[in-house]
Design a protein around this ligand. Structure first.
Ligand code: FES
Length: 136
């Protein structure tokens, strides 16, 4: 292999390595922020009874479901958009609060304060009988 061939093959392998790294980074981003959600919560079960009252919430499958008004629920990712800490819902503040660096979100998922760079992922909630289905 002469010098010219060596440089060509080295550049080609380096380019493939960079492309592969970029793909890996992109796939990691997607898996942490946009994981598919599809689960149900039965309001007739005592473990979900908080969702029968305005201001009540239940966390399940890394999603916080909040009853924001009579027969109205929102479902938001429980994972903070800053560094992925698990959020808690404060009924009195009507906000999701991050224990790691104090980031806060409103019940639409928008950032209210702190370091989070973006809003929370919001999921669809549908009700059939006593069962809420959360998808997205
Ligand atoms: S991880 Fe939530 S504010 Fe930093």
């Amino acid at each position: 292999m002469d010098r010219k061939q060596f440089l060509k093959s080295t550049l080609l392998l380096g380019g493939l390595g960079l492309a592969g790294s970029a793909l890996l980074i992109e796939s990691c981003k997607k898996s942490s922020n946009t994981a598919a959600v599809n689960f149900t919560l039965d309001l007739s079960q005592s473990v979900n009874s908080a969702l029968n009252s305005v201001g009540g919430s239940v966390a399940s499958n890394n999603v916080v479901v909040i009853c924001t008004a009579t027969n109205t629920w929102v479902a938001l990712s429980q994972l903070c958009t800053h560094q992925g800490c698990s959020l808690s819902y404060s009924k009195s503040a009507k906000q999701l609060i991050c224990p790691c660096h104090g980031g806060t979100f409103d019940t639409s998922g928008n950032v209210v304060s702190g370091p989070p760079p973006s809003a929370l992922t919001k999921y669809t909630v549908t009700k059939s009988g006593t069962v809420l289905t959360i998808t997205g």
